[in-house]
Design a protein around this ligand. Structure first.
Ligand code: ADP
Ligand code: ZN
Length: 738
């Protein structure tokens, strides 16, 4: 429904406000739908770029967009980041004084604010709903965006009763669109969100949960896991999180790593809230490199530049692992997720599961324990798998992934494949025989029988008399386990549960047993060797400049009490180090540099880059240098505001200047000036609507003769058939084209 021309427009707005050159997957479609005022449910993984999906429409629409966000820390973070891009946003919550509240309310009424962040409990207060009704009449409410929308569902992990009442607001503003956003992976919660928020015929956008920039690997814990961890940490650059299973282990590991000179802090529910906040802030501001934490550390961490997440203990389920490891690399930059896996961990978790008891009766919660056990099994399967890690992770969420991701340990370093058909036949014939006797057994017992064990269970069941007893002595227990697991992963045998897991034959198992199918598996018996990080090694020069720019960013961030990532993302700094822009116009081309950041930081960062180049004996350019190596300079974009972009939007939909002037209650001259300004700032504006092509050619020829500096000589040269406006706009186009 929206014209293609408008897409150019939102792309230009993207660069102008946020400094990005292109949309991430899904963003453009969602923003277009939001601009058409439809209800939306956006499901995107962490780091997918959800915020932009409501922020950009908010800027392009009339009125204020109300954003509901569950945590004060999240609100502050977003408002800070928006402010640093020159976008007027504010929040009202319990952390501000009455005086501040009054000032902010006034600014909102004056139409100075495009995004207003509110905590859900506020929205449910009567005076706030009155305020909003008023606001809607005076300024207009463009939409409601409900961030972390899964908080509305009891099925989710962060249920907030206040979210439940949000839908009551709807009947005050029946025509205002609602947009829910979440990274929730389960379908049940998604359905619940639609119901609880009362979304009207929403456009549901489900993005893939694949996070291509994350490298997933599993490492077998060696006999000295701490040594291995320390080596990994020493090799890793940037911020990281290390998850442990218990508070005690967090404290222990914190002490050890500190002792070894790594800057770390702990985070768990046993610390008082002030300490937790302080530690979190130190982490966010890059005062410490690593947070050692239990799973209590999670939501509310907006830090986009976490470069690695290590699970030093086995996570309890795949979803938890996906979400926790997913805190790495929100900014889309390459990041590492490592899971340390040791058989001892299984025992620890099994012990914890057995401890699950009903608080009142003291009885074990059998069903809960059963679910926990099944989940643990899937984690173990994940850890032991030899196939692409993404197949298993995404499969857990019902998403089918073709494999060969080229960014996990199993794809990057596949283990040698060998033919294990005969061994498989031995194992399966044992399973088949159990089945014939009317009772199924688990993998461990099957292996015991194959290897001729004389343990109680074998003897009691009379399995020492089976024909398969002892036929697998030539293989170690470990080899049989690997084979068994591999058969399970490949779906060549089934595992069902009747309290504990047992193996059962399926159609494919029979094909193997009858010689119709071969079995190939990847064998990996030695613990994998510790690998150096996969992060591309830059040349020394780039790396050195990068760290200088990081320092500059940190100094400025500290002076202004904001996290460094608010100033620039790592990816922007890296581009600066690689491309070394020395003039403002070059600087403006860096992804992440929008109009505001150009004005605010351009001098500072290009100055640093020039200084670096001078000190390194490299050539140094200045703004007036005639031959910059990068694309021709454009005027600064900082003067273009959303009112200009609104004009452009109408114009690109084919409206005439007079029509736009009428629609916007502005003078035609003003609209004309908007277009000139947009062109000066590098926006693509087709001028055929204003000047006929033949006239434009004549004007260009005149300019070629008398020069472009002054208008009067051009006008005199052309005569009365040509207006000053026509000349100005053609001249602007010529300037644009350089
Ligand atoms: P989510 O809320 O989905 O976890 P965010 O909205 O916080 O993700 O975005 C994650 C990071 O990606 C932020 O640093 C954001 O600035 C960046 N980002 C978002 N959209 C783009 C884009 N189109 N190009 C480059 N970076 C983007
Ligand atoms: Zn893979």
């Amino acid at each position: 429904m929206l014209a293609a021309t408008q897409l150019t427009n939102i792309e230009q707005a993207l660069k102008h406000y946020f400094g990005y050159d292109e949309f991430r997957s899904g963003q453009r479609e969602i923003i277009t739908t939001a601009l058409a005022n439809r209800d939306l449910l956006v499901i995107m993984p962490t780091g997918g770029g959800k915020s932009l999906c409501f922020q950009l429409p908010a800027l392009l629409k009339q009125g204020v967009t109300i954003v509901v966000s569950p945590l004060i820390a999240l609100m502050q973070d977003q408002v800070q980041q928006l402010a640093d891009n020159g976008i007027s946003a504010t929040f009202l919550n319990s952390s501000i004084t009455t005086e501040e509240r009054r000032e902010r309310a006034a600014a909102i009424y004056n139409g100075e604010i495009k995004l207003l962040y509110l905590a859900p409990e506020r929205l449910n207060q009567e005076f706030i709903s009155n305020f909003l009704v008023d606001l809607h009449q005076e300024v207009g409410i463009a939409g409601f965006a409900i961030d972390e929308a899964h908080c509305v569902s009891e099925w989710g992990h962060d249920f907030r009763p206040d979210y439940r009442k949000l839908s009551q607001l709807r009947h005050y503003f029946p025509k205002v669109p609602w947009l829910g956003l979440t990274a929730t992976a389960t379908d049940r919660v998604r359905q619940d969100i639609i119901k609880q928020l009362d979304l009207q015929d929403p456009d549901v956008h489900v993005a893939s949960f694949n996070r291509p920039n994350l490298y997933y690997e599993v490492r077998r814990k060696s006999t000295t896991p701490y040594k291995e961890l320390l080596a990994q940490v020493k090799q890793s650059e940037g911020s990281g999180i290390i998850y442990c299973l218990s508070r005690k282990k967090v404290d222990e590991l914190t002490a050890k790593l500190s002792h070894d000179g790594i800057k770390v802090l702990p985070y768990h529910a046993g610390l008082d809230s002030q300490t937790r906040t302080n530690n979190q802030n130190s982490f966010i501001r890059d005062d410490v490199q690593i947070m050692i934490a239990t799973v209590a550390f999670g939501m509310g961490i907006n830090k986009p530049d976490v470069r690695f997440v290590i699970h030093y203990d086995l996570p309890r389920n795949i979803e938890g692992y996906y979400q926790e490891s997913g805190r790495a690399g929100r900014d889309g930059e390459p990041s590492h997720c490592t899971l340390y896996f040791g058989l001892g961990d299984i025992k620890t978790i099994e012990y914890l599961i057995a401890q699950k008891v009903d608080r009142e009766t003291g009885l074990a919660l059998e069903e809960e324990q059963l679910i926990a056990k099944q989940q643990l099994r899937r984690v173990i399967n994940y850890a032991e798998a030899s196939e692409c890690r993404r197949i298993i992770q995404l499969g857990y969420f019902g998403e089918s992934f073709p494999g060969n991701c080229d960014n996990c340990d199993n794809c990057k370093h596949p283990r040698p494949i060998s033919d294990w058909t005969i061994e498989s036949q031995k194992l399966l014939s044992c399973v088949a025989r159990f089945g014939k006797q009317g009772r199924n057994f688990g993998l461990a017992h099957t292996i015991d029988v194959l290897r001729g064990s004389k343990n109680d269970k074998v003897l009691k069941n009379g399995h020492d008399t089976m024909s398969t007893y002892g036929i697998g002595k030539d293989r170690t227990q470990n080899e049989w386990r690997t084979l068994g697991r591999s058969l399970l992963h490949q779906g060549l045998v089934d595992e069902t549960s009747d309290g504990y897991s047992v193996l059962t034959m399926n159609a494919l198992s029979w094909e193997i047993l009858t010689g119709k199918r071969k079995v190939e598996i990847a064998i990996d018996l030695a613990p994998p060797t510790v690998e150096t990080s996969d992060i591309t090694t830059n040349t020394a020069e780039i790396q050195f400049l990068y760290s200088r720019l990081q320092k500059l960013r940190k100094q400025y961030a500290d002076a202004n009490k904001v996290p460094p990532y608010v100033i620039f993302a790592d990816s922007s700094l890296r581009l600066m180090a690689q491309q070394q822009p020395q003039t403002l116009s070059q600087f403006a081309q860096i992804s992440g540099v929008g109009a505001r950041k150009l004005a605010q930081y351009g001098e500072m960062f290009t100055g640093e880059i020039r200084a670096f180049r001078a000190e390194s004996g490299l050539s140094v350019l200045t703004e007036s240098d005639p031959t910059p190596p990068m694309p021709a300079p454009r005027a600064r974009k900082s003067d273009v505001s959303h009112t200009h972009l609104e004009t452009l939007d109408f114009y690109q939909r084919g409206m005439s200047l007079a029509e736009i002037a009428e629609k916007r209650s502005m003078r035609e001259n003003t609209i004309f000036d908007h277009l000139l300004k947009l062109m000066e700032c590098g926006y693509e504006v087709k001028i055929d609507q204003i000047v006929a092509p033949e006239k434009a050619t004549a004007i260009e020829q005149a300019i070629a003769v008398v020069g472009a500096e002054r208008l009067t000589p051009i006008k005199v040269h052309l005569g009365d058939d040509y207006s000053y406006e026509e000349i100005k706009i053609v001249r602007a186009r010529m300037n644009m084209r350089g």
